[in-house]
Design a protein around this ligand. Structure first.
Ligand code: PMP
Length: 404
């Protein structure tokens, strides 16, 4: 029977143009293109993605194994298993519960499938079609992608580069606010620049949000990776319970757990049922074994963080000293996170340069253009790696730069 006889519309092969524009229009990650180009290359030093070379420590993995062996394979609590939420509360109280803190209770914390899922739920609660979210850039591309996926509009505001450090221009930020602005996405310490908000920066951002009734979505996942001090300044240090702030957190970086997909959203307890519903209608919960592993990391993971911080400090010193001695590269020594955002002199197209570096230097870096306005000409290098590897990467970068 043909289409006319059946009364059904004529069929054509499914095309992307059949899809909702919010999905079909999502940009491909500019990092993935370089990774695809260099994947499997012999001898390449891969510093392009945001993770270290170490697997999850065994004391954390063992908890997941124990849980699996015990048959914890059922549907679980949408907000997270109670023991994990209690471990999050203890961790937050230890590290963020200083003077002035309003205290923490488990009803503020919602376990998510990584920081990305926490971000997606936070944005889902405050952004819809026609709304705008302000994103200081260069930024992790997922802030823009997650905003676009909701049919909302990212408004990117570039930070200024200076050799002494990236700077947020508050006049530019304030000028970007419109009647449609709903949220301010603040990532501190920042991927990829390492920009780390000072207390004054945080106060300025909070004042702007209060003035316009905006939500601050605070991504403080690199808060423990700081060059000086025990942790970075946090909105926890200055916000009142009535402020419109939600926090994104993850186990991914602190405890080398990127593949286990555990993070959390911190939000006003009044949103509990709404967040529970969002979990139900997206992932329906994070696997219990992974949540058990997370609880072990939070309760017993300080030595591993200290190890990672020391490794990052050594790598940062090798990079900053080596590259500034050689010359030919602009960069601001990063106060936080574990990325060096560097600009080789004379680069016209950093995406092409990233490919060139794979082919001729054997170093995999992410092109700065993937991180939005302000990133052009730069390359991101993740230095959460062993010193020997970073030393070799510096040698290769310098040789490449001198041969050009
Ligand atoms: N925020 C920032 C700034 C990140 O760089 C990342 C990971 N690259 C995340 C959140 C999310 O991490 P995950 O989803 O692995 O927990």
């Amino acid at each position: 029977m043909n289409a006319i006889m059946s009364g059904a519309p004529p069929r054509a092969a499914p095309a992307v143009s059949d899809l909702r524009p919010e999905a079909a229009g999502l940009p491909e990650s500019g990092i993935v293109r370089v990774v695809n180009h260099g994947r499997g290359r012999q001898g390449l030093i891969p510093l392009w993605v945001g993770e270290g070379a170490l697997p999850t420590p065994s004391f954390i993995r063992d908890e997941a194994v124990r849980s699996l062996a015990a048959g914890e394979t059922f549907y679980t609590h949408q907000r997270g298993v109670p023991e994990t939420r209690e471990a999050i509360t203890r961790y937050m109280t230890r590290h963020y519960g200083g003077a002035g803190s309003t205290g923490f209770a488990p009803d503020r914390f919602f376990v998510a499938a990584g920081g990305m899922h926490a971000l997606q739920m936070a944005l889902r609660m405050v952004l819809g079609p026609g709304d705008q979210a302000i994103i200081p850039t260069p930024a992790w591309p997922n802030f823009k992608g997650a905003t676009l996926a909701l049919g909302a509009e990212p408004v990117e505001v570039a930070l200024d580069y200076a050799p002494s450090g990236w700077r947020l221009d508050f006049d530019r930020l304030a000028a970007a606010v419109t009647p449609r602005t709903r949220a301010l996405l603040v990532n501190t310490p920042a991927n990829p620049t390492g920009w780390t908000a000072s207390f004054d920066d945080l106060r300025g951002l909070l004042a702007l949000a209060r003035r316009h009734g905006l939500w601050i979505v605070a991504d403080e996942i690199y808060g423990r990776f700081v060059h000086e001090g025990e942790r970075a300044p946090s909105f926890h240090d200055i916000a009142d319970p009535d402020d419109r702030v939600m926090w994104i957190q993850t186990l991914s970086k602190n405890w080398a757990m990127t593949g286990l997909r555990v993070g959390w959203l911190e939000a006003p307890p009044a949103f509990g049922q709404t967040i529970e519903n969002l979990v139900q209608y997206s992932t329906s919960g994070v696997p219990t074994p992974n949540q058990r592993a997370a609880a072990a990391a939070l309760d017993h993971g300080e030595d591993f963080i200290a190890f990672q911080r020391a490794r990052c400090a050594a790598a940062r010193a090798i990079l900053c000293e080596g590259l500034s001695r050689a010359g030919g590269f602009d960069f601001a020594p990063p106060p936080g996170a574990f990325y060096l955002f560097l600009r080789p002199h004379g680069v016209a197209d950093c995406a092409a340069t990233a490919i060139e570096l794979v082919d001729y230097a054997g170093v995999g870096l992410a092109p700065g253009s993937a991180f939005g306005p302000g990133g052009d000409g730069f390359l991101r290098l993740c230095y959460a790696r062993p010193a020997e590897e970073i030393e070799e990467a510096v040698r290769r970068l310098i040789a490449w730069s001198k041969a050009r």
